[in-house]
Design a protein around this ligand. Structure first.
Ligand code: F6P
Length: 550
């Protein structure tokens, strides 16, 4: 293990205690009161970063809250850690790694060194190779084993090697080469692969095997099954693999062991975390879909927010603000969850993507020194596109017992391709604005009574309001705006991890289940006896075996 960082006992800092006292004073202050007292609140509590406008006025904060939160950020060294990250220092201390997803979108002229090597050079080299390959697929110049051009691309990966490209493909669908088919396979459930390939022609299908480690069992199992499907379908031998399989990985040895020529491998590096990787080679399927130019526009969007995060003053620093708001709610309102509610169909996978980004990063309960934390860390992140949610779970947001801060995401213009269907856009956005309003200001019992509602129904029809939301508005969903949004959330998660004194960049918590699954598998496939199973799991295994063999 590398040199130890001494982390701060957050709850013993004067800054944390000042916030605790402030929380007591804040009491049950209502957003209604805060807005009534300050007609400028909406303007004052809005920041602009690139194309993103963030209105955080409907949060349970005052100038004093924000000042105290910024002091907490200063006391916990957020800015110092941020600068160390951008410089390429090994801030992922439990794995002794740099955390440099920001180098993936740095301009060619910039230098960022890890162990004396300028990593930006490698980034641009791979981007160029990816671009050449993507163009060959898009133009029909890359031919399969039988000489036919590729028309279908199947990305096989899981976690960060799936969620990023799959989400971004969905978001940027209107920018994709519609004549090509794209599928994303992640689940080790054979149904996922079956549904992805059942109507594809092996002669015209390319598999993109995405795995940082190239050892992830789900991905290797699916890739092996895909290779069998391909070779059987083509009636060909191993020589056909070269035209139909490419790998995205850091592990050249495992890639060639699998049978993929490393000529067909697009490299990335251990300083790119899986959940921060879709702007690396892991984005190849996306690049084939949208083309290298659009991909670079997306990288420029990321970069814009990176620069903002690095240089904007704390009062106007959007990721810092978002992160601190979450610290406030988790620490002092006992908020356990955070909803991300996009008012865009194209963002339907965005929250699922953020779940890994946020929960794998900040789902931690020991600090950098390994001591249990005594404060809330990462929230449960969830959500689906807004209007659908309104007719499902928003009831709980409005009238349930829980504090669930939410982000409402929307766009001023519909995608041009929607044509006449784009006329529905105002109605969509009216819903976003209405929900923000209803959540913040509710409806008092007197307002309900004034509508002539019978007294016994008044409590049922009262909305207490005061539910915090942040509205993020952009002009239009574009590759650059997507990059800006993702970078905004990446840095928000960073800020929270820094304040909470945890390592946001490892994920040991996913290991135990993997190890146990490997132990249990022989009991299911070969009926082998597995030592040391608890009685409940043993009984389930026995039951499964007898049901399976019936
Ligand atoms: O679930 C753990 C994890 O390591 C993620 O962090 C990662 O994104 C995913 O597995 C896939 O890993 P790989 O890209 O190495 O196959």
């Amino acid at each position: 293990m590398p040199e130890k960082t001494s982390s701060i006992r957050l709850d013993q800092t004067p800054e944390w205690n000042a916030l605790a006292r402030h929380r007591e004073e804040f009491g049950t202050t209502q957003l209604r009161e805060l807005f009534a007292a300050d007609p400028e609140r909406a303007d004052r509590y809005t920041v602009q970063v690139g194309d993103l406008l963030l209105d955080y006025s409907k949060n349970l904060v005052t100038d004093e809250t924000l000042r105290l939160l910024r002091e907490l950020a200063a006391a916990t060294g957020v800015a110092g850690l941020r600068d160390a990250m951008f410089r390429g220092e090994k801030i992922n201390v439990t794995e002794d790694r740099a955390v440099l997803h920001t180098a993936l979108r740095a301009p060619h002229a910039e230098r960022v060194e890890v162990d004396g090597v300028n990593v930006v050079e490698g980034v641009h080299h791979v981007l160029t190779r990816m671009g050449t390959f993507a163009d060959r697929i898009r133009s029909g110049d890359w031919h399969g084993h039988t000489g036919r051009p590729i028309t279908s691309v199947v990305n096989i990966g899981i976690g960060g090697s799936d969620l990023g490209p799959a989400m971004a493909y969905e978001v940027l669908r209107p920018y994709t080469a519609r004549e090509l088919t794209f599928r994303f396979v992640s689940n080790v459930d054979g149904a996922d692969l079956h549904e992805a390939v059942r109507d594809l022609d092996p002669e015209t299908t390319l598999f993109v095997v995405a795995s940082k480690t190239f050892t992830t069992i789900e991905t290797i199992t699916n890739a092996t099954a895909a290779r069998d499907w391909l070779l059987k379908g083509l009636g060909a031998g191993q020589e056909a693999v070269a035209k139909h399989f490419v790998a995205l990985s850091t592990n050249a040895e495992k890639v060639s062991e699998f049978g993929i020529d490393t000529e067909n491998m697009f490299e990335f590096w251990d300083w790119v975390g899986g959940r921060y990787s879709y702007d690396s080679a892991i984005g190849l399927s996306l690049m084939i879909a949208i083309g290298p130019d659009r991909f670079r526009e997306m990288l420029a969007g990321f970069r814009l927010v990176d620069e903002h995060f690095r240089t904007a003053p704390p009062e106007a620093n959007a990721p810092l603000l978002l992160g601190l708001l979450g610290v406030w709610y988790g620490g002092f309102f006992d908020a356990q969850a955070h909803a991300v509610l996009p008012y865009s169909h194209y963002l339907s996978k965005f929250t699922a993507y953020l779940q890994q980004l946020d929960m794998e990063s900040n789902g931690k309960s020991v600090d950098l020194d390994g001591r249990p934390v005594a404060w809330q860390t990462g929230p449960v992140v969830w959500g689906t596109p807004g209007t659908n949610g309104q007719h499902a779970y928003y009831q709980l947001l409005h009238q349930g017992t829980k504090v669930i801060p939410a982000d409402l995401l929307g766009f001023a213009r519909p995608i041009a391709e929607l044509g006449p269907f784009g006329e529905q856009h105002d109605l969509l956005m009216a819903n976003l604005f209405a929900q923000g309003q209803a959540l913040a200001f509710g409806k008092t019992a007197d307002e309900v009574r004034a509508e002539g509602v019978a007294e016994d129904l008044v409590p049922h029809r009262t909305f207490r309001g005061n539910h915090p939301t942040t509205t993020i508005l952009a002009s239009e969903l574009s590759p650059s705006v997507l990059g800006q949004l993702v970078a905004l959330y990446e840095h928000k998660v960073f800020v929270q991890g820094a304040v909470w004194q945890i390592n946001s960049f490892d994920q040991w918590g996913v290991e135990l289940g993997k190890v146990l699954a490997k132990r249990i598998e022989p009991a299911l496939t070969e009926g082998a006896e597995v030592e040391g199973l608890d009685t409940s799991t043993q009984a389930l295994v026995d039951r499964y075996r007898s049901l399976r063999n019936r």
